[in-house]
Design a protein around this ligand. Structure first.
Ligand SMILES: [Zn+2]
Length: 296
């Protein structure tokens, strides 16, 4: 992966003003804009010292490039938010709130909140239209607490979250928690997210039984010891699941089912932009433009 080094990051965002200028660029296209106050075209806007705003040189009109974003009401410095974004996109396994607390120098409560806000943003990333080509579909169980004793398998499993994922060969992945793994739940998700006529490979789960009506569906029968047939296998998605589980265990120890969707979204995000760290970072920063687009 092309590395976005800490040195490069620091050079780009040394102060809050630099971070705010980035948000200005994302939301207004720069600091020379048509002023909403006086209407002057290409009016120069200058950063204000006491608030997260830029002021028009002509009329003094203020614009707030962080409005509608998680920064707006946050008292945490923008540089800290940006550093958290840098950290969360620069490791393969993600970072724990404890690590953010230590590296950024905020309270644990604040670090935890930052992590969760950023995970929410990653989870809402837009990966474009439906998947197509050759798509692997699979589901797995994550999280939950494994108690000692080894009995009561059913009970333990019920604390876990079922995650469903779809991934294009050499392409994008989508994944998220599902309430159950019945055909009633899984099939509509596939129909909505995978283009009709695509090739789909799954395991022998009965819930995938009717996919052949819409797709070129191949089943790999794991229970019969089969793991691949020609180009058909589910190794890509299964590789992602084991990485996800290793990362959760290594970084977070455990996650609650309530928050699972955010962790899954985070890992999907990192996986989809794994080829470029700077793109991963920039897409995250740019996500702060989204609430504004919804507003207008
Ligand atoms: Zn103006």
């Amino acid at each position: 992966m092309a590395k976005y080094t800490f040195k490069e990051f620091q050079a780009e965002y040394p102060t809050d003003a630099h971070c705010l200028a980035k948000l200005m660029e994302i939301n207004y296209g720069g600091t020379e804009i048509t002023c909403p106050g006086c209407g002057v075209e290409k009016a120069k806007f200058h950063p204000m010292s006491k608030r997260r705003a830029f002021a028009c040189q002509e009329c003094g009109h203020h614009v707030y490039p962080a409005a509608g974003t998680i920064f707006h009401k946050s008292r945490t410095n923008l540089t800290k938010w940006f550093f958290a974004m840098y950290l969360m996109t620069s490791t393969r396994h993600g970072v724990a709130a404890k690590e953010i607390e230590r590296q950024i120098g905020v309270t644990y409560k604040c670090a935890w909140r930052m992590c969760h806000e950023l995970r929410k943003l990653m989870s809402s990333a837009d990966y474009g239209g439906p998947l197509s080509g050759h798509v692997e579909v699979d589901e797995t169980w994550v999280g939950g607490v494994n108690r000692k004793g080894g009995k009561g398998q059913g009970k333990r499993r019920s604390k876990k979250t079922i995650v469903m994922g779809m991934v294009e060969r050499d392409g994008m992945m989508r994944a998220g928690p599902v309430p159950d793994d019945t055909q009633f739940t899984l099939e509509p998700i596939i129909l909505e997210n995978v283009t009709e006529g695509s090739a789909i490979t799954t395991d022998g789960h009965l819930s995938y039984g009717d996919l052949r009506r819409t797709y070129r569906h191949t089943v790999i029968n794991h229970s019969a010891g089969e793991y691949a047939r020609g180009i058909h296998h589910t190794n890509t998605i299964e590789g992602h699941w084991s990485q996800l589980k290793r990362s959760i265990k290594g970084t977070h120890v455990q996650i609650s089912s309530k928050h699972a969707w955010k962790y899954i979204g985070e890992f999907t995000y990192r996986r989809n932009f794994r080829d470029s760290h700077s793109m991963m970072f920039n897409r995250l920063v740019s996500a702060f433009a989204l609430p504004r687009l919804v507003e207008t």
